[in-house]
Design a protein around this ligand. Sequence first.
Ligand code: PHE
Length: 333
Amino acid sequence: MAEIQALSASTPEEVEQIRIKYLSKKGAISLLMNDFRSIPADMKREVGQKLNELKNAANDRLAELRENLASNAEAAKADIDLTRTATRFPMGSRHPLSIVKNDIFQIFGAMGFTIAEGPEIEDDWHVFSSLNFPPDHPARDMQDTFFISRSPQDILLRTHTSSVQTRTMESQKPPIRIICPGRVYRNEAISARAHCFFHQVEGLYIDRNVSFADLKQCLLYFAREMFGPETKIRLRPSYFPFTEPSAEMDISCHICGGKGCAFCKGTGWVEILGCGMVDPNVLEACGIDSKEFSGYAFGMGIERITNLKYRVKDLRMFSENDVRFLHEFDAAR
Ligand code: PHE
C-alpha cells in the first residue's frame, strides 16, 4: 500500500508504465486477483477486501498523477508570456579609450609602426636623464612626477611613455619604427580636465635621412585618418628637452570646420599632440650614432583624442566605470 502511495511520475509515459506494472492484465495487482480463487473460503472475505483496497488505491494514485501532470503543463503554459520583452544577454563592450587606442594602432600600423611596451614603474634614466633632461633643471618640473624612492636611484611612476622609446633604442638597432601606448602618471589635482593618470601613445621613427617633412606627412596622414579627410594640421614651435626642433600640432576644428566655435574657443584650431626631431643627445645617450641616424618622435594623450572625437566633458568619467557611460559607446565598435 505504502509502495503505491509513494509512486511518482513526471511524464505521461511514466504514468502509463505504472498502470501497466500494477493494473494491466499481467500487472502485479491483477496477478494477485487471479490467485484469489485458491484462497481458503474462510479468508476470502478479508483478502478480497484488501485486494479491492489495493486496486482502488492504485487507481486513485494514477488519477492523481495524471491530474498533477496536467496542471503542471497548464502552469507552464501560463508562464510563457509572449508579450514580455526578451531578457537581454548582458554583453560587454569596449572602453572608449580602447576604441580610440585601437584606431591609433590601425592608422600607424598601416604606416609600418609596431607596438612597443615598457614598465610603468621606471627609473630616472629612462624617463628623464636619457631624454636630455639635465639634473635639477626646471625642465623636470614640466611633468609633475610621483617619486617612489629617491636613493640610491630615483624610482618613479613614468610621466610619459618616452621611456619605452629609450628602452627600445638601447636594445635595437635602427631602423626603428614604434608606437608606445600606456598609462602615465602626473601629480595633478584631479578635476574635470586633469587626472593623476592618463594614457598616451608616443611614436618614434629612426633611420638614415629622416627629416621634418617625413614627420609632418606622417602626422597629416594620422590626422586625416582619425578626424576625416578634410582635416588640416598646423605646427607651432614649442619646447621639449628630447626633441629639437620641437612643435605642438593643432588640427583644424572638426566641429566648426575651422570657422571658429565655442569648442575651439573661436580659433578654428585644437591642439592634439607634441612632436619634434629626436635631439642628437638622446640618440647618443642610447648608443645610436647621431651623425648616421636621425629621427622624429611624437606623443599624444588618448583621453584628449577621445574627447575630441566623442566630446566627453569630464575626464573622470573614463575611470569611474559607470556602465551607463560605457554603454554610450556600444555602437562605436
Ligand atoms: N613626451 C611628451 C609628453 O609627454 C610628448 C612628446 C613626445 C613630445 C615625443 C615630443 C616628442 O609631453
